[in-house]
Design a protein. Structure first.
Ligand SMILES: [Zn+2]
Length: 251
């Protein structure tokens, strides 16, 4: 038996047999240690990322998308019911399914490697050996601590090592890593690492400027602040190159 078979089968069975009471499946949730909970809360509020890789379960892609949508729909319905919403209302009845599809097919589709953009690099036949900057790439992500939007711009740059990629691929790489629960620091590094691989060069820079709705719409409720993160690599660590890049961002 695979290690996680039990979990998936319990997820799959729940709600299809047994009672349909909205609290079904939630009773066991209160057993976490107080201390562990407190620590996790603090980590979340401080917006700390623990690694450059998105923490994924080893069996993350054993379920197909349709099954995931079905399970999330069921869980989201429960959340809405627990909140006291009447799902027989026409306006609400389709929401659980809509949210489930949006999670799997849109805003969290970047979790699944099958959605990773295929980036083919070409020989730089025109001999362009200067910096290439693509700025103001709009992205929408979700804060992994609160599941509310992070909205912002990414600016990426590289100096060709002899290989180039189509410009839209730079956008697609940004979108892929944005479409998952994220912390901005990790997302910035993930995009930089992917660009380094795709372009076969260390000379890559990524700057991200974003509004975090978990900071704006709740908690500290600061609607004014921006979060800026950067990943400078290779020649971009040198002052001259970094300055040139930052000048282009002002244009
Ligand atoms: Zn947050």
């Amino acid at each position: 038996m695979k290690p996680n078979e039990t979990l998936w089968s319990s997820l799959l069975n729940e709600g299809h047999n047994g009672s349909n009471h909205p609290m079904n499946g939630f009773q066991g949730g209160g057993q976490d240690h107080q201390g562990k909970h407190g620590q996790a809360d603090e980590l979340g509020e401080a917006h700390v990322a623990t690694s450059v890789d998105t923490p994924l379960r080893p069996d993350a892609f054993e379920l197909d998308d349709d099954t995931k949508i079905e399970l999330i729909e069921d869980r989201f319905k429960q959340i809405m019911e627990i909140l006291g919403l009447d799902l027989s209302d026409d306006s609400l009845s389709g929401t659980p399914r809509r949210v489930a599809k949006m999670y799997v097919k849109e805003i969290f589709s970047g979790l699944d490697p099958k959605n990773k953009p295929a980036v083919r690099s070409f020989e730089n036949s025109y001999g362009y050996d200067q910096m290439l900057v693509e700025k103001d790439i709009t992205f929408y992500s979700q804060c992994e601590h609160h599941f509310v939007p992070i909205i912002g711009f990414a600016h990426v740059a590289y100096i060709s090592s002899g290989r180039v990629v189509g410009l839209s691929k730079l956008n697609r790489i940004v979108q892929y890593y944005a479409r998952r629960p994220q912390v901005q620091e990790r997302m910035t590094r993930q995009i930089a690492e992917e660009l380094k691989k795709s372009l076969n060069t260390e000379d890559v820079a990524v700057v991200m400027v974003a509004d975090h709705l978990c900071v704006a719409s709740r908690g500290i409720q600061d609607t004014n602040s921006k979060t800026i993160t950067a990943a400078y690599n290779g020649k971009f660590l040198e002052e001259k190159t970094k300055t040139e890049f930052l000048k282009y961002l002002e244009l």
